[in-house]
Design a protein. Structure first.
Length: 341
C-alpha cells in the first residue's frame, strides 16, 4: 500500500480539478489528484478532444484537448501528483482530523482537505451488445476520437444517431478511405444542420448510410477486417471495415462517492457559496458535481468555485498562518512561484 501525505486531495482531474491545483498552488498548498481516466482532462479530453469550445474567457475558440493542455502547462510550476486510471474507493476520517482516500490501485492519500471535482462522476461509454467486441477495443473499436489523423485512409463504420455520431461522420469523411454511418432508423437526435449535411454527403457519394445495426465483428488479434450489418428487414451482409466507432452514449455513475455521506441531492453534492464546502467540514465540491441555488454548469463557474475553495482550504491546512490576498499581476512572490518574475 503506497501512502502519500499532502495538503489537498482532489478527486477528478478534469478542467476544474486542474484549475484548483493552480489556485491552491498560489497559496503554497500541494495537491494529489485521482482520476479513473488514464489522462488528465476529464470529459474535455474523453468526449470533446477536438470539438471547439467558445465560452472560455480570453479564448474565443479552443478545443477540449487544447484547454486541457493549457491548464496542464499553467499548473506545471506547482508539481501536482497524479494517480490516473484509479477509482476512488473509500474516504475515511482519521483520528487526527485528516482524511484518507483509498483507491482501487492500493494507493492511500492523506490530507486535511478533500476536493471532489468529479464532474458527473465516473463515466464509461455504452458498449454495443456484440460478441467479442472487447478484443477489438483500443485497436479497431473506439468510443472517442482522440486524434483524427489516426483514421486517415481507413474504412470506417460509425454507429449511432446522436450528435457525436453525426459530428464525427462529417469530420472524418474527408480523410477516410470510406465512411459508412449505420443507425437503426432513418431519424436522428442530432442537430438538424448536421443531419442535412450528412444527407448531402450521401447524395454526393462521399458517405454511405444504412438503416441497419452492427451484429458481428470479423478479424484476428483485435484487427478488424469487416462487420456484419443487419438491415431493417433482417437481411444480413458483410461490410468491409477496419475501424468501428459506436456512439451510443455514456453511462454516468457516482460510484463510491455516493457512499461518502455527503447528503446527495439527485446525485449532486450540495455546497455553500462562500467556500463551496459540503455539509462535512474539510470536504469541498466544485464543478458539475456541486449544486447550489443559481448553479450554472459552466467551466467558467467551476473556475470561480475553485478560487474560493482554495482560500477556505488554506485556513484548514495552515490554521496558524495568516492569509494575505495577492494579485498575480502585482505580486513578485506569486510571479516567482509561476516562474515569470
Amino acid at each position: 500500500m503506497a501512502v502519500h501525505e499532502t495538503d489537498v486531495a482532489i478527486v477528478g482531474a478534469g478542467p476544474i480539478g486542474l484549475f484548483a491545483v493552480f489556485e491552491l498552488g498560489l497559496l503554497d498548498l500541494k495537491a494529489h489528484l485521482v482520476d479513473i481516466l488514464d489522462r488528465p482532462g476529464g470529459q474535455l479530453t474523453e468526449l470533446y478532444p477536438e470539438k471547439p469550445i467558445y465560452d472560455i474567457p480570453g479564448l474565443p475558440v479552443v478545443t477540449g484537448q487544447e484547454l486541457a493542455d493549457r491548464l496542464m502547462h499553467q499548473i506545471k510550476p506547482f508539481g501536482a501528483t497524479f494517480h490516473l486510471g484509479q477509482l476512488t474507493r473509500a474516504l475515511e476520517k482519521l483520528p487526527d482530523g485528516r482524511w484518507k482516500i483509498s483507491t482501487d490501485a492500493d494507493v492511500e492519500i492523506v490530507a486535511p482537505v478533500v476536493v471532489i471535482a468529479a464532474g458527473g462522476g465516473s463515466f464509461t461509454p455504452k458498449r454495443p451488445p456484440i460478441a467479442g467486441i472487447e478484443a477489438y477495443e483500443g485497436k479497431s473499436v473506439f468510443y472517442a476520437v482522440r486524434k483524427m489523423d489516426a483514421f486517415r485512409g481507413r474504412n470506417i463504420v460509425i454507429a449511432g444517431g446522436g450528435d457525436s455520431a453525426l459530428d464525427w461522420t462529417l469530420n472524418l469523411a474527408p480523410i477516410a478511405k470510406s465512411l459508412t454511418l449505420v443507425h437503426h432508423r432513418d431519424g436522428f437526435r442530432a442537430a438538424q444542420h448536421s443531419v442535412n449535411r450528412m444527407r448531402e454527403l450521401v447524395a454526393e457519394g462521399k458517405v454511405r448510410f444504412h438503416v441497419a445495426s452492427v451484429k458481428a465483428l470479423h478479424g484476428e488479434g483485435g484487427v478488424l477486417e469487416a462487420v456484419t450489418l443487419s438491415g431493417a428487414d433482417k437481411t444480413e451482409w458483410r461490410h468491409e471495415a477496419d475501424a468501428f466507432l459506436p456512439f451510443f452514449g455514456l453511462t454516468m455513475k457516482l460510484g463510491p462517492i455516493a457512499e461518502f455521506g455527503l447528503n446527495l441531492n439527485e446525485n449532486l453534492i450540495p455546497v455553500d457559496t462562500e467556500k463551496f464546502q459540503t455539509g462535512v467540514p474539510g470536504i469541498f465540491a466544485i464543478g458539475d458535481i456541486a449544486t447550489y441555488a443559481g448553479k450554472l454548469k459552466l467551466i467558467l463557474s467551476g473556475f470561480h468555485e475553485a478560487a474560493l475553495m482554495a482560500q477556505a482550504a488554506f485556513h484548514i491546512c495552515r490554521p496558524n498562518e495568516k492569509l494575505r490576498f495577492q494579485y498575480t499581476t502585482s505580486s513578485s512572490s506569486l510571479q516567482k512561484k509561476l516562474g515569470v518574475a
